[in-house]
Design a protein around this ligand. Structure first.
Ligand code: FCB
Length: 454
């Protein structure tokens, strides 16, 4: 056994998002988001499940916060629900909605928990979706307005801001693959959406800083690194394309490298950019490349790529690894992927500071007859990834904190309630919360600021 010490002031946190936990979908003036519409459309989510009630966190947040504090959690990453604050995408602030987050922030601070706010974790007011959504450039201004309203109210107390959660999901998963709201399958729209999400990030960063001068502002892309199955040119090529599609298309512009030329050529050849990069207007790329204070990394797994495949087949093109274990999402447990990413983000992209804004796993363990939940596979997963994080820190990568996804079981988007990512078990019938063994294990890690490896 080895003991791995983490740096002083390393931030130990956990993460959630509004639609996945809040419920109260039509209360206190909240208007529908495009996720409400999507989840209410038959066939879009498992068993037609929705976030209407979810974990009822909108009402139960004091209890959830107290539980978090009892587990010594130091930081809580949550998202604000856009249609609660600016219903119907309009200019009119819904004070009841904004007050909710105001109270939550005060409660967290009183409990000694540092709030990290995500402004967009996938809840676009349906009215803005009706007006064209992210493929429309006008959505950028609406998002910047949201950023301004929220940071104006909370910027005196919240010092960590994340503009967007996972731009790849907002654009590609939602507009090209169609598995998330609004469920489109349209390459040109998806690539325009990607641009507008990035542009809205770059435009919002100075707006947030103006309202919260002491704040650190960043973005949390999802990174699913690709590794070639063999060293054959075909496998290497497939891995390069996946990397361009998933990582470089977003990361390169954020770091001032413009859209990657090899991918522009690839998309043009495939007919995915019928009008070229016509959505890019003068000055956009400079706006997107605004220096950030930190990069948030969301990482769970990797892809093993092989052969000549088109991106439309990539969902099934990845090769399984017979030597690996998989979580219930069917995601390979691959801690070296996070280790490699951390090195790449710092030594190649020169990220000044990194928070791991999401990492975690889905396992369905429930209470035994004594009410205990032995989610040892989650502990093993977290321990293995954190060992990689520690190793990267040893290389000089400035990792400032780590957030487990998720605090409690919640609505896993199109998969409904079938996937349990929480360190806290939620009984959806009674809304009872029950910390799993991993929650107590994490408390121990936090309390000692160190990890014991096997
Ligand atoms: C990420 C999302 C988060 C959750 C986890 C499992 O892609 O940001 O909301 O669904 O995956």
């Amino acid at each position: 056994m080895a003991v791995l010490r983490f740096p002083e002031r390393f931030v130990w946190g956990t993460a959630t998002s509004a639609y996945q936990i809040e419920g109260a979908w039509d209360e206190d003036g909240r208007s529908p988001s495009h996720w409400d519409t999507f989840a209410h459309t038959p066939g879009k989510t498992r068993n037609g499940e929705t976030g209407d009630v979810a974990c009822d966190h909108y009402r139960r947040w004091p209890e959830d916060m107290a539980l978090m504090a009892s587990l010594n959690i130091q930081a809580y990453r949550f998202s604000v629900s856009w249609p609660r604050i600016l219903p119907n995408g309009g200019n009119q602030i819904n004070e009841a909605g904004l007050d909710h987050y105001d109270r939550l922030v005060d409660g967290l601070l009183e409990a000694g928990i540092r709030p990290f706010i995500t402004l967009y974790h996938w809840e676009l007011p349906q009215t803005l979706q009706d007006a064209g959504g992210w493929p429309e450039r006008s959505t950028v201004d609406h998002f910047v307005q949201l950023a301004d309203v929220v940071s104006r109210r909370l910027g005196d107390r919240v010092h960590n801001w994340i503009t967007h959660n996972e731009p790849w999901c907002t654009s590609m998963l939602s507009h090209q693959i169609g598995l998330h709201a609004p469920g489109w399958r349209n390459w040109p729209a998806a690539l325009a959406a990607a641009h507008h999400v990035l542009l809205s990030h770059g435009t919002a960063v100075p707006a947030i800083r103006a309202n919260a001068p002491q704040a650190e502002v960043g973005i949390a892309p999802n990174y699913e690194p690709a590794y070639p199955l063999t060293r054959s040119p075909e496998d290497i090529e497939a891995a390069r394309i996946w990397d361009g599609y998933y990582i470089r298309w977003f990361n390169d512009p954020l770091f001032g490298r413009h859209y990657p030329a090899d991918m522009v050529a690839y998309y043009q050849e495939k007919g995915y950019l019928p009008h070229g990069l016509n959505f890019v207007q003068p000055g956009d790329m400079e706006t997107i490349a605004v220096p950030v204070d930190f990069i948030g990394i969301n990482n769970y797994t990797r892809q093993i790529m092989s052969g000549k495949v088109s991106l439309d087949q990539f969902q099934t093109a990845a090769s399984p690894n017979p030597n690996a274990t998989y979580t219930e999402m069917n995601w390979e447990v691959y801690p070296d992927g996070l280790y490699d990413l951390l090195n790449r983000l710092h030594f190649d992209y020169q990220a000044p500071k990194i928070y791991i804004t999401e990492n975690g796993c889905s396992y369905g363990d429930g209470p035994d007859k004594n009410g205990r939940i032995h989610d040892t596979r989650r502990i093993d997963y977290l321990r293995s990834y954190l060992t990689g994080v520690h190793r990267a820190i040893g290389n000089g990568v400035p990792v400032a904190g780590y957030f487990v996804w998720s605090f409690m079981d919640n609505f896993e988007w199109s998969l409904g309630y079938s996937q349990r990512f929480g360190m806290v078990y939620v009984d959806y019938q009674t809304q009872q919360r029950l910390p799993k063994e991993s929650a107590y294990w994490y408390k121990d890690v936090i309390s000692h600021n160190q990890l014991e490896t096997m």
